[in-house]
Design a protein around this ligand. Sequence first.
Ligand code: ADP
Length: 356
Amino acid sequence: MTRQPAHRASQPYRATRLAFMAIAMAAIFLLDTATSYEIAGSVFYTVVILTAARLLKQRALIMLTGTCIAITLLSFAMTQQGDYRAGLVNMTISIVSILITGYLVCKMEAARAAAHDAQARLMRISRVKSLEGLTTSIAHEVNQPLAAIVTSSNACQRWLAQHPANLDKARQAVERILNDAGRASSIIARVRSLTKGDPPDKTAFAFNDAVQEVLTLSQGEMLRGSIALTVDLAADLPRALADRVQIQQVMGNLILNAIEATLPVAAARRVIHVGSRWQGETIVFAVSDTGIGLPSGVREHVFEAFWTTKEEGIGVGLSISRTIIEANGGHLWAESNDHAGAVFAFSLATTDKEPA
Ligand code: ADP
């Protein structure tokens, strides 16, 4: 299945939008030049820039912002009527708001591009199909702060367009924008930390926090599949001693396999249980599902490279997962679930001999 990138509009639609933008810019220029200095028509260029966010690449957005500023200056020079000082203030406010909007739109585009980049590299060891689902969850997460940024930008624009401009409210809107941009970039930073494919770099880490991060990423996929998730994480686990990022890749792969195994059964019976426990001197992580289960006699085959029962499967996820867990000093195994489905579990060494 091919998909059009979500952040770029289709060609005819794009051409129409670009034509409308050009007309809108010409209209704003005429309005700004023909009316008196007191009317800050050029502030509407910010709307043009916001509209262009989904149509143009970063370089074109920077050029558009520059063009808007240039024609704002031009129409100021050509305006004949009104109070010159008021015109100067209005022009400064317009240019500042055009600059802020251009900057934020470029940041948004950069964040969107980073999210796409991270999506493309996320969970290398899992299959392309699973990857799609998971990355959709991330896009969904990143989309929330981006949508909030657009809302605050619109509000900011309205406060600046008032006469006189309400600079306090505009400043508050810009603060909200900065907070949301920070949120978006921290989501991307977290995704990036999942995508590195380095050799084991063993450190002590809070195991359940790592589980929660992976669950957050896979939640969208579970929701879409109407799968109920139950989680039971032992509260008193000692810290795990392993490569956190690699362990999260394995967790993600087991969860995605469980999702795929569960989808063929009736929606009401789709349940995935994720648990952690302290057993002997190791931490045990297990994903149980009520899916199609493992046919008898194949339990060990599933860990062989290129062994798959899925039409679009590659059959490498579990073999790589086992290699990773063993490289980190643990074990990965499969069991049948008591009633239906399968259980995949791994053990890992901890920093302590006793629970914390
Ligand atoms: P792929 O998912 O590409 O087939 P994997 O190595 O991840 O590759 O899995 C190999 C096979 O193991 C799958 O094709 C499937 O038959 C089986 N399998 C993995 N996880 C489960 C599960 N939770 N329930 C039932 N079968 C599973």
